[in-house]
Design a protein around this ligand. Structure first.
Ligand code: ASP
Ligand code: MG
Length: 439
């Protein structure tokens, strides 16, 4: 069995939903779990809706109507027959959002967020599933909240792996393994091929023991694909994206990029850790544990191979770049010019954790400790103020952080032309440079 993940750009309009069907037809004999996240940029719109409901920032009804229109335009193009059951089904789902607007929100923002934002995935999967069946690809819609269980850390649900595994064993595996028994989630008799089966389910969301909805963190649907891959022992996981595969740099920042054919799990984890956005950081670990290959492929060119992340040992053949803008370099030193000691460091790290500030790179000297962090106006001023009670804090804004994995001096020289290097941290395979653009 394989796991396919579609979302965002690959389900952003009726044409792309049809394309999902075309891609699935290319695998007529496979059992596939199709993980789908919200359509286009709907998660952002639902975040706006949450803020409209919670903080009354803007008119919630207006935002909700935009969201409805977006989906009903797509449905209108996919299902010309206005009697189709999908119209009713989506209307019923939207009723939950109508309620969310009418009711007074609870005190808990994160809880309300998950209740509202998760519906993007419920709606997208209902549309995709209905379309596939319409197109003759028999599939079954499954509510992933009955499978993936989390604690109630809303917006960042922590997966209960044991419980999730037992629910997958009990409810999901039988569907694929023993067609003669009556599985809990019974599938339509006719598969798309001979006896192959397709399940459509949601990325990004989970359920709690009290049947509340959680989300797994933004961009979390790749992680869902990995969780389902791990718990079903899938033969592979494929993420269908609008890029040809994993590139050695983000084309947004670099003119010349090259596609990587194959990446080791280790390198993929490192790249995600340093901020390569193509892979969600949590996705790799479960797959690495079971040596399940992860393919990143283009839904625009499904015949092309893409990139495979698997159990190879070889290093990458070319340098990889990760670029972050809007960095602030903080230099923190004790007010009395004493040394930076273990006690200061542990105090500072507790503070970073408490204020949820992620340290992108750090360097220590005798009397000062430097870190580069994202310039997040909701977090940083508060952190600086607290640090200033005990330390002298210098900061330098509008910087860039360039991370190069498999660097050499020539590459460093090339990317630092016209830039002043303020901090450089080198390890065997990775260099991180905090730089100030000179022009
Ligand atoms: N829809 C969610 C988001 O935009 C999850 C995902 O796309 O991976 O963050
Ligand atoms: Mg996404």
């Amino acid at each position: 069995m394989k796991i396919f993940k579609f979302g965002g750009a690959s389900v952003k309009d009726s044409k792309s939903v049809k394309n999902v069907g075309e891609i699935l037809k290319g695998f007529p004999k496979e059992n596939i779990i199709v993980v789908v996240s919200a359509m286009g940029k709907i998660t952002n719109a639902l975040e706006r809706l949450t803020d409209a409901v919670f903080f009354k920032k803007e008119n919630a009804v207006v935002v909700l109507n935009e969201i409805k229109k977006y989906h009903f335009d797509i449905i209108g193009e996919l299902f010309p027959n206005k009697e189709h059951a999908v119209y009713n089904e989506i209307n019923n789902t939207f009723v939950e959002l109508d309620w969310a607007i009418d009711d007074e929100p609870t005190e808990n923002y994160n809880y309300e967020y998950d209740k509202i934002v998760s519906l993007g995935e419920i709606i997208s999967t209902k549309i995709v599933n209905a379309y596939l069946n319409e197109a003759g690809i028999k599939s079954k819609w499954v509510d992933v909240r009955d499978l993936i269980q989390t604690d109630n850390t809303y917006r960042e649900g922590k997966v209960d792996w044991d419980l999730t595994q037992s629910l997958v064993n009990e409810r999901l595996i039988p569907v694929f393994n023993s067609p003669l028994e009556e599985p809990v989630l019974s599938l339509p008799k006719e598969g798309k091929g001979d006896d192959s089966k397709i399940i459509v389910t949601q990325g990004f969301i989970g359920g709690t023991s009290e049947n509340f909805t959680t989300t797994l963190g933004r961009e979390g649907s790749d992680y869902t694909a990995a969780i389902l891959g791990f718990t079903t022992n899938a033969e592979s996981v494929t993420i269908w994206k609008d890029v040809p595969g994993v590139l050695n740099a983000d084309p947004k920042w670099f003119d010349e990029t090259k596609k990587l054919e194959q990446i080791s799990y280790q390198d993929a984890i490192e790249l995600a850790y340093y901020g390569a956005t193509v892979i969600h950081p949590k996705t790799i670990k479960p797959l690495q544990n079971k040596k399940i290959p992860l393919f990143v492929r283009s839904f625009l060119k499904p015949s092309e191979k893409g990139t495979v992340i698997n159990d190879v040992q070889s290093p990458l053949p070319i340098p990889c770049f990760i670029f972050k803008i809007n960095q602030v370099l903080l230099s923190i030193s004790p007010k009395d010019f004493s040394f930076i000691m273990e006690e200061n460091l542990s105090e500072m790290f507790n503070l970073f954790a408490e204020k949820q500030v992620k340290v992108n790179v750090m360097q220590n000297s005798a009397i000062s400790f430097s870190i580069s962090v994202d310039n997040d106006e909701r977090k940083l001023p508060d952190l600086i103020k607290t640090l200033q009670k005990q330390y002298r804090v210098l900061y330098n804004e509008n910087l860039e952080l360039i991370t190069i994995r498999y660097y050499d001096q020539a590459t460093i020289d090339r990317v630092t032309i016209d830039k002043k290097v303020l901090l450089e941290v080198k390890s065997r395979y990775t260099v991180q440079l905090v730089v100030k653009p000179m022009i």
